[in-house]
Ligand binder design. Structure first.
Ligand code: FE2
Length: 356
C-alpha cells in the first residue's frame, strides 16, 4: 500500500535570473526579422501585456511575477514537507538534453544515484553568463538525492503493466540533471534549506516534432522549413501513463509525491500570436477543467491542439492528470499565474494526499 501526493509546478528558467533578465525570451522574439513591425509595437499589444511590459521593458513587472510564483513554490514545498515522501517522482521535458539524435524514447525513467551538482557551471542557452536570482557563484553546489532502487522497481512494474518505458542509470549527454528536474528542485528549495527528498526524474519527450529539428527550444520564423521529427506521445498516452504510475505506486510500499514540472502554453511555440505571448485562452480552458475536477476531458485533447497552443510541455501535466484521475484525488489548492511578457502562464497545483 502506497501513499501519494500530487503536485504541479513550473520550472520556468528565467525565474532563476534577476528581474532585469526575466523578459529575455520576449526580447529574443522581438528581434525576429520575420515578425511584422506592427506586431512588435507595445501599443498594439493586449492591455494586460502593455501593463506587464510597463515603461522599463518588464523589469518592474518581473518583480510582481516573481512574488506570485514564489507564493506557489512555497505552498508546494510546505505540502511536500507535511507529506514527507520517500521520493519525489518528477515528470519533466527533455529539451535536447539527453534526448538527441542517437535515441529519442517517448518516456524514460532516470534511475540515477545521488549527485552533487553545480547548477551554474553548465547553464544552457538563454541563461548562460547571466546573474542568478540567488547571487550564487559558479562553484555553488547542491545535492540531489536519487532513488535508483525505487526507480528500477517502478520501471519493472510499468513494463509488467504493458507500459514499456525506457530507463537509464546515467546521463547520455547532459551531465547532472536536465533543467526540468534541476529547476524543480531549486524552486522547491527557494530558501536554500536543502532538499532532503530523493528524486526520480521521469523524462517525457514533450517536444516531439521539434525535439531534434529545433533542439526543443527557440527558433526564428525563417527556420520553419526544417524537417519535423516524429511526434511526441499523445496527451491520451501521457494520461494513461499517469494512471499506470498511480497504480504502480499504490501497489508499492512507498510514500511518493508525483510532481508535474512545467509551465503551460509557451509563447515561443505559439505562431498565431507571433510567438509574443502564450495561448492564454486555451490554458484558461484546461485550468477550468482542472479546477472543476473534470480531468477525463483532458484525455481527449488532441496532440494537434496542444502543439498549436504551444502546450508541448504540458504533456508532463497530462501524466499528473491521469494519475490524479486514477486515484480520484481531490484538488486541495491551485493558482493560475497569467503572463503575456514572461513567456508562459504558470500553474501551481496541490492535491490532497491519499493512502491507496
Ligand atoms: Fe522545459
Amino acid at each position: 500500500m502506497g501513499d501519494i501526493l500530487g503536485l504541479g509546478i513550473s520550472h520556468y528558467p528565467m525565474f532563476a535570473l534577476t528581474d532585469t533578465n526575466m523578459a529575455d525570451l520576449l526580447k529574443y522574439t522581438l528581434a525576429d526579422p520575420d515578425i511584422p513591425d506592427a506586431a512588435k509595437v507595445p501599443a498594439n499589444w493586449p492591455a494586460a501585456m502593455q501593463q506587464e511590459w510597463g515603461t522599463d521593458a518588464g523589469v518592474t513587472g518581473a518583480a510582481r511575477h516573481r512574488t506570485q510564483l514564489e507564493h506557489g513554490f512555497r505552498r508546494a514545498r510546505a505540502a511536500l514537507d507535511a507529506f514527507a515522501p520517500d521520493f519525489v517522482l518528477v515528470w519533466g521535458d527533455d529539451q535536447y538534453e539527453n534526448f538527441r539524435e542517437d535515441v529519442i524514447p517517448p518516456f524514460s525513467i532516470l534511475a540515477y544515484e545521488s549527485q552533487t551538482l553545480q547548477p551554474w557551471k553548465h547553464v544552457p542557452g538563454p541563461l548562460a553568463g547571466k546573474p542568478n536570482a540567488w547571487g550564487e557563484s559558479l562553484e555553488t553546489t547542491i545535492v540531489v538525492n536519487g532513488a535508483p532502487d525505487a526507480a528500477r522497481a517502478l520501471v519493472s512494474d510499468l513494463i509488467e503493466d504493458d507500459f514499456d518505458v525506457a530507463y537509464s542509470y546515467k546521463p547520455l549527454h547532459f551531465q547532472g540533471l536536465a533543467h526540468a528536474f534541476l529547476n524543480a528542485v531549486m524552486y522547491l528549495d527557494l530558501d536554500r534549506r536543502g532538499f532532503p527528498y530523493p528524486v526520480v526524474p521521469f523524462a517525457v519527450n514533450c517536444y516531439g516534432r521539434k525535439v531534434v529539428s529545433f533542439r526543443g527550444s527557440l527558433s526564428r520564423f525563417a527556420d520553419a522549413g526544417r524537417r519535423a521529427d516524429p511526434p511526441s506521445p499523445s496527451p491520451r498516452r501521457c494520461f494513461d501513463l499517469g494512471r499506470a504510475v498511480a497504480r504502480a505506486v499504490a501497489r508499492s510500499p512507498y510514500r511518493v509525491a508525483l510532481c508535474a514540472s512545467s509551465s503551460w502554453s509557451h509563447a515561443f511555440l505559439v505562431d498565431k500570436t507571433w510567438r509574443l505571448f502564450p495561448d492564454i485562452q486555451s490554458d484558461r480552458r484546461l485550468y477550468g477543467l482542472l479546477e472543476s475536477g473534470d480531468l477525463a476531458a483532458w484525455r481527449d485533447v488532441p496532440l494537434a491542439a496542444v502543439e498549436e497552443s504551444g502546450q508541448h510541455e504540458m504533456l508532463n501535466w497530462f501524466c499528473l492528470a491521469g494519475a490524479m484521475y486514477e486515484l480520484r484525488a481531490k484538488l486541495e489548492w491551485s493558482e493560475f499565474v497569467e503572463s503575456h511578457v514572461y513567456n508562459s502562464n504558470k500553474v501551481t497545483a496541490i492535491y490532497e494526499p491519499l493512502s491507496v
